[in-house]
Each structure stands twice: as structure tokens, then as C-alpha cells.
Design a protein around this ligand. Structure first.
Ligand code: ZN
Ligand code: FE
Length: 762
């Protein structure tokens, strides 16, 4: 007998997202096919397997495990060990070892799979046209789980008792619904119904068909989905889109659309191959794709934008709804402006009653809301801009172990994170912490992972800004140590952590605003970053925010600020100044006296000023709007304007006075706006790259991390990467968490963990 056919027994421990994803049936089938005996069971940390048989078969088994696990499984580690043979006779799925199941990871929600869609479209199938069809490979997870272990009694499906047919499938190890917790059918599961805005049911033979008819007639329908309500209208009906905008108080921010399938997506946008792949990904994010000129989608869906947020259907109900005669449906979060997305039927009716004409409701409760995720493809990689449904709560890895901790983020685009050892769970998108509803959502979102991951935080990590609701929440926790981290240090550490970088390195952190260690508003920073500490090496010139917060809402104020900086008291005859002629004397007085004019080094605010000088936008209706529109107006790389990087003692200062003069003179001269905008963006890249080059010379560091909201700008991300590589730097960017404040808690956690580790060593 050769070595390979000798009988062996191997013990295998698999960790990661391996429960509730069809892992045991997969192991069972694979073992049977290879003629192996032994068992598989869910353990405290994942899945435990013992296989016995010919050495070659066991090797084949291990290969299969690594190379073709079930689609939803995310294996983080496989440990194998040879043990004595037991002469076992069969392969079985054994009962769970129920010591501590909380260590296993919970799967994110997953788009309906092909097998389920095929059944849904088969008139002979008992689940024909059933909007809640699902299986072990697909369906809701995170949003319906109230507690662990992930078993039906701990999900919102608990109220639906399985019928005999469903129970049969659920208990059969070879069935594709084996232990699919949300399994159900029209006979025993949830259903949909149509209601008017008073909540009264509208009796219809087929509520879905009736909803389609209403949408085709330009009505706004609130549709209860997987992670919350969507507000839907025909994206080709301009009147309907404008009505939705005015009722939702969302004047100009782009709205996402859902297209029937990839072909329909191609009729309204021009996805690259990579973007098409992302559209079809089982996580089903909204993908930013170039608009197709002359498509049937109204320009009002994403005004002044070359890109369109497109997604494909991800629930069976979506697939049914998309049978209507529209080019695409606007599917925007069911909320008023910046409040959290509504999830309950009653809550939806109350909060969306003034927006929607009708409601398509269902009775499968959503336990935890999850907005759609938003992703772009840039610089050859996927870039999450909002990491939410489909991603949360998949674990991220910290570069080193952390004590049980909670990181609460900052204010806008807020997310929170709990960490335990090297595992970090970043929450879904919570929103802007500017209203009490969002704050309540923060509190609920913090409690949930604490329960399902069994983390009792010993440390809370918050931003330096004392007035953020997140900071106040972290400070209110009893018996928990509070660690405060500077905003841009957290940005730098976030990028370092997801790239597994050890410090020190350079970090270019560019964003709208965050409180710095000197008490001023930072946002154009070059740092020398380590996890436990950082040092500011350089920054953009300070200019006043004239009128404080008002300056962020009215970019023309930043134009004035930068023009004063560039020209001194002899202001040029710029159009932007003429447009606000009456207000100038008061504002100039404020600057002169230093009243309500806090200084800032924010690159976002430099973009605002440039956008106003260019006549693109004087006032914004959402954060980052002027900068986004300047990016959209800009043609690619163009001749840069002059700038200076000054060395003031230890500090490098990037002074764009020449850039401001160059662009305002070009405006006077009547140069094409898209060319001026291109020159402006190129200048920004050149200026900060020069600063980074000087810092590299001074420090001898050759690695640079790029983080902050400005790296949502495709041009900045791609051109900084290219330029800095050209200067000999190794460049690190975000691909796992957003570059914006949505990725901040990862950095906060890494910094706090490093500080604690250093204390313990000392
Ligand atoms: Zn399925
Ligand atoms: Fe930020």
C-alpha cells in the first residue's frame, strides 16, 4: 500500500463566516463524494470537522475546502492536525457544541441566488412568484438577527411557524435549504400588501402588479425592503422625480436607481467590465457608473453629475417589481433628508406619509436597518464610499490585538466599530449625527454587535471634537475608559490598518474638516503617522472660515477668504464678489476684527472657494456638493498653476495663492471652465505631492497612506497615486473601508489599541 492510500484521520478547524451559509451540508456532500467518514459540527469558533479515509481522499477534501467553499463562506483560518483513526463507519452532521457560539461570525445579507430565482419563475413551483423565497446561499441575515446563535428563534422569522414542506427542507442535510433560518413559503411565511398613506390596505388580487401600475403612472411608492424602506418612482418620469425631491427635501443630491438587469443597466449607463462585475456581485452595492448620454433616465436623478448610482435587484420582491415598463426605478432611502432609513410598517407610514402616495408593506420585520452600500471602481480597485448592506458585519482585521473596545466615529457618514482581539466589526452606515433619530440609531447599532459578538467594551474611542453626539455618547458610558483620537490621526491609522502597515509612515489626509490638536479645523494635512502617536509635518495655508459653519454651506464665503489671501486688500474684480456685493463690507469687517472667523486648513474648503470663483456653485444643499461638481466639471490633467511649499521651521506649508490668482485670472479671460477646473485639480495634486516629496527627504520615509473624504474624488485618488509613485513612494489607499469618515472608527480602534499596548509594555 502506498502512503497516499493509507487510512488517516484529520481534525480540521475552520474559522470565519462559516455558520448559516451552507457550510455543513457542503462538508457533508464533499466527504460523502470522497468516501470519507467522520463528522462536522458548528463550534464556538466556527466549524469543526473530523474526516477519516484514504490519505489521498483526505487531501482532496482539504483542497475542496480551500478552493470551492460555499459562495457565502468567508474562511479566515483553517487548522489541520492528524489524529488517531477511530474506524468510524459514516459521515454525520453532529449536534453543535454549544459552549460559546458567540465567537462565530454573522453573515451579511445576501442577494437572492439564481436557484431561488429559477424556482420563483417556475409556475409549477410552490414558491412561484413568492417575494420571500430564499435558501442557505441567499437571503436576509444581519438585518433579521436579534441575537446569537443564528437560529430561527433568534431572528424576526420566529413568529412564522414552518409548514411541513419547509420544515422537511430545513432538516434535510442534502437540501439546499438545510438550516436556512428564513426559509418559508406562501403557505407559512410573510406576505406583501399595498396600503394608502393612511395605512389602509388596498385590496388587490396581485399587490405587486398593482404597485407596478402605480409606478408606471408616476406615483411615489414607499417599498419595504431588506434593510429598510425605499422610496421608488419611475426614473424616466421627470415630474415624478422632481415631486419626490421636493417632498423628501432632497433638492440636488444624486438619487440611486435600480435597473432590471445588467442589460438594462447598460442602456442607462456605461459600466466598464469591472463595474459590471461589481453590479452583479452578491453584495449588490450601488455602483457609480458613467451615465449614458441620451438615456431615458431623467437628468434630475443626478444633476450636474457625469456618474449615476446604479444597482441591480437584490431581493425576490425587487425582481418582481422590475417587470414594470420603466427604464429604471429611483430607489432612494426611505427617509426625510438626513434622518435614518425607516424600517417598521408603522414608523414608515408615519415618517414617509408626506412623501409617498402608496406603501408596499410586508410582515417580515427588519430588526436592524441597513442602507444600500455605495462603491466606485477607481485606480483599478473597488472603493467603498458607503460600507453598509452586504458588507456589514463582515469582519475586518486589525494589525494587532485590541482589548474589547468600541469606536464611535465622528459626525457625518457615521459608523461604529466593536473590536475583540484582531477582529473588528464595522457597523453599517448610520448617517449624519445631526438629529435625535440618528442618535437613537447609533445607540441601537452599538448595542447590537455588543450582543451578537459578545463584546463588553472596556474602552470607548471617540473624536477630539467635544460636541459630536458620538463623543458625548462615548463619554456617557459608565465604567468604560475613554480615549480621544485626533480626526486626521484616525484617518491615517484607518488606511494603515486596512493595509496592514506598521508605522511610521507618511500620511496625506485630505478632507472637509476635523478638529486638530491645536484646536483649529484641519483638513489638508501631511502627517508622520504611527498607531500610538503622530506628528504634523505640513498643512495647507490657514484661511478664515468667514461666519464659521456658514462658510461650509456658502462656498462663496471661501472664495472671498481665498481671494483675500491671494490678493491682499486690493481685491480683484471677480464675478463671485460682484454677485455678493452687498454682503462684502460686513464680511470684510469680520475678517479685519477677527469675529467668527476661525482658521482652517481644509482642502474641501479650498475646493469650495475654487468652485465659487469658477461660478459653479455659491451655496450647497449637501456636504461636499461644490467639490463634487467641480470634479465633475473638470477635464483631466491640465497645466498646473504656480504654488509654493514653504518651510517654516519644522513645518511645511502649502500656499495656493498662485493657484487662486491663476484661476481667477483665467475666469476673467474667459477660459473654458472645464479646463480651469482641470488645471486647479492638477495644481492640488502637484502642490501636495511636492510637500510629500520634501517630507520624504526630511524623514527618509518612503511609504505614504492616502485617506480622508477628498479621496472619494476619483481624479485626486488616481493622480495622487500616480504622481507619488513617480516620486518613488510606495502608496497605500482604501479598498476595504471608506476613505471618508465612514472608515474612521477602524483608525480610532487601531490608535487606541496601540496606546494601550504601549502602556502595558511601559
Ligand atoms: Zn437562494
Ligand atoms: Fe474626515
Amino acid at each position: 500500500m502506498g502512503l497516499k492510500s493509507k487510512v488517516v484521520r484529520t481534525r480540521v478547524e475552520v474559522e470565519g463566516v462559516v455558520q448559516g451559509v451552507g457550510f455543513r451540508p457542503f462538508v457533508y456532500r464533499t466527504a460523502k463524494e470522497l468516501g470519507l467518514t467522520g463528522f462536522v459540527l458548528n463550534s464556538s469558533r466556527g466549524v469543526e470537522i473530523e474526516v477519516e479515509g484514504a490519505g489521498s481522499a483526505v487531501m482532496g477534501f482539504l483542497e475542496n475546502l480551500e478552493n470551492s467553499p460555499p459562495p457565502l463562506a468567508r474562511i479566515t483560518s483553517v487548522k489541520t492536525k492528524e489524529i488517531p483513526t477511530e474506524n468510524s463507519r459514516a459521515f454525520i452532521i453532529a449536534l453543535s457544541q454549544d459552549t460559546d457560539r458567540k465567537r462565530a461570525h454573522v453573515s451579511p445579507d445576501v442577494a437572492v441566488c439564481r436557484d431561488c430565482l429559477r424556482e420563483m419563475r417556475d409556475p409549477a413551483d410552490p414558491r412561484f412568484r413568492y417575494p420571500f423565497i430564499n435558501c442557505t446561499n441567499c437571503g436576509p441575515r444581519y438585518t433579521i438577527i436579534m441575537d446569537v446563535p443564528y437560529d430561527r428563534p433568534f431572528t424576526t422569522m420566529a413568529v412564522f411557524e414552518m409548514c411541513e414542506v419547509c420544515a422537511g427542507e430545513y432538516h434535510d442535510p442534502l437540501n439546499r435549504r438545510f438550516h436556512a433560518q428564513p426559509v418559508c413559503c406562501p403557505g407559512c411565511g410573510p406576505g406583501v400588501w399595498l396600503a394608502n398613506k393612511e395605512g389602509e390596505e388596498i385590496v388587490a388580487k396581485d399587490p405587486v402588479a398593482e404597485t407596478i401600475r402605480l409606478l408606471e403612472h408616476g406615483r411615489i411608492v414607499a417599498i419595504k425592503g431588506l434593510g429598510g424602506f425605499h422610496l421608488a418612482v419611475d426614473a424616466g418620469n421627470e415630474d415624478a422625480v422632481l415631486r419626490l425631491r421636493s417632498r423628501k427635501l432632497r433638492e440636488e443630491k444624486p438619487l440611486a436607481v435600480m435597473a432590471r438587469d445588467i442589460d438594462a443597466a447598460r442602456e442607462i449607463s456605461e459600466p466598464t467590465e469591472d463595474e459590471a462585475e461589481l453590479l452583479l456581485d452578491q453584495r449588490r452595492p450601488i455602483v457609480l457608473v458613467k451615465k449614458r448620454a441620451g438615456s431615458k433616465v431623467s437628468e434630475q436623478v443626478a444633476p450636474n453629475n457625469r456618474y449615476l448610482g446604479v444597482m441591480l435587484p437584490y431581493t425576490p420582491l425587487h425582481h418582481l417589481l422590475m417587470e414594470g415598463a420603466f427604464p429604471a426605478l429611483v430607489m432612494t432611502s426611505g427617509n426625510l433628508s438626513e434622518e435614518p432609513i425607516a424600517i417598521d410598517n408603522g414608523e414608515g407610514l408615519k415618517r414617509l406619509g408626506n412623501i409617498a402616495d402608496f406603501f408596499l408593506l410586508h410582515d417580515r420585520d427588519i430588526y436592524l436597518r441597513a442602507d444600500d452600500s455605495v462603491v466606485m471602481f477607481a485606480g483599478g480597485r473597488e472603493r467603498p464610499l458607503r460600507r453598509s448592506r452586504g458588507w456589514a458585519p463582515a469582519p475586518l482585521k486589525l494589525p494587532f490585538p485590541a482589548p474589547p473596545l468600541l469606536a464611535v466615529g465622528a459626525m457625518i457618514k457615521n459608523t461604529v466599530l466593536v473590536a475583540r482581539g484582531q477582529d473588528a466589526f464595522l457597523s453599517q452606515h448610520i448617517g449624519d449625527l445631526e438629529n435625535i433619530e440618528t442618535y437613537h440609531f447609533l445607540v441601537l447599532t452599538v448595542q447590537h454587535p455588543r450582543r451578537i459578538f459578545d463584546v463588553a467594551p472596556e474602552v470607548a474611542v471617540a473624536d477630539l471634537h467635544p460636541d459630536y453626539l458620538s463623543t458625548r455618547y462615548a463619554g456617557s458610558l459608565d465604567g468604560v475608559r475613554l480615549i480621544r483620537v485626533a480626526h486626521h490621526h484616525a484617518h491615517a491609522a484607518s488606511c494603515m490598518a486596512e493595509n496592514g502597515l506598521e508605522g511610521p509612515c507618511l500620511a496625506l489626509t485630505l478632507d472637509g474638516m476635523g478638529l486638530g490638536t491645536d484646536g483649529t479645523a484641519w483638513g489638508g494635512e501631511l502627517l508622520l503617522a504611527e498607531y500610538a502617536t503622530f506628528r504634523r509635518l505640513g498643512h495647507l495655508t490657514n484661511v478664515p472660515l468667514i461666519g464659521g459653519d456658514m462658510a461650509a454651506r456658502e462656498p462663496w464665503r471661501m472664495a472671498l477668504s481665498w481671494l483675500i489671501h491671494a490678493y491682499g486688500p486690493e481685491l480683484p474684480k471677480a464675478e463671485v464678489l460682484k454677485r455678493h456685493r452687498e454682503k462684502l463690507p460686513v464680511l470684510l469687517k469680520m475678517v479685519e476684527k477677527g469675529v467668527n472667523t476661525p482658521p482652517t486648513t481644509s482642502l474641501g474648503r479650498l475646493y469650495d472657494g475654487a468652485a465659487a470663483i469658477l461660478g459653479i456653485r455659491d451655496a450647497v444643499s449637501f456636504e461636499g456638493q461644490a467639490a463634487m461638481e467641480l470634479e465633475m466639471a473638470a477635464r483631466g490633467v491640465s497645466e498646473p498653476y504656480p504654488f509654493e511649499v514653504k518651510e517654516e521651521g519644522e513645518m511645511l506649508k502649502a500656499d495656493p495663492a498662485g493657484i487662486i490668482r491663476g484661476l481667477s485670472e483665467d475666469v476673467e479671460r474667459g477660459r473654458d471652465v472645464s479646463e480651469i477646473a482641470g488645471s486647479f485639480q492638477t495644481s492640488v495634486v502637484e502642490m501636495f505631492s511636492e510637500m510629500t516629496r520634501l517630507a520624504g527627504e526630511r524623514t527618509g520615509l518612503s511609504r505614504v497612506a492616502l485617506s480622508g473624504g477628498c479621496f472619494q474624488n476619483r481624479f485626486l485618488l488616481e493622480n495622487f497615486t500616480h504622481r507619488l509613485k513617480g516620486l518613488g513612494f510606495e502608496v497605500f489607499t482604501h479598498t476595504e473601508v471608506p476613505a471618508n469618515d465612514g472608515g474612521l472608527p477602524l483608525g480610532q480602534a487601531a490608535v487606541a489599541a496601540a496606546i494601550i499596548a504601549r502602556e502595558r509594555k511601559a
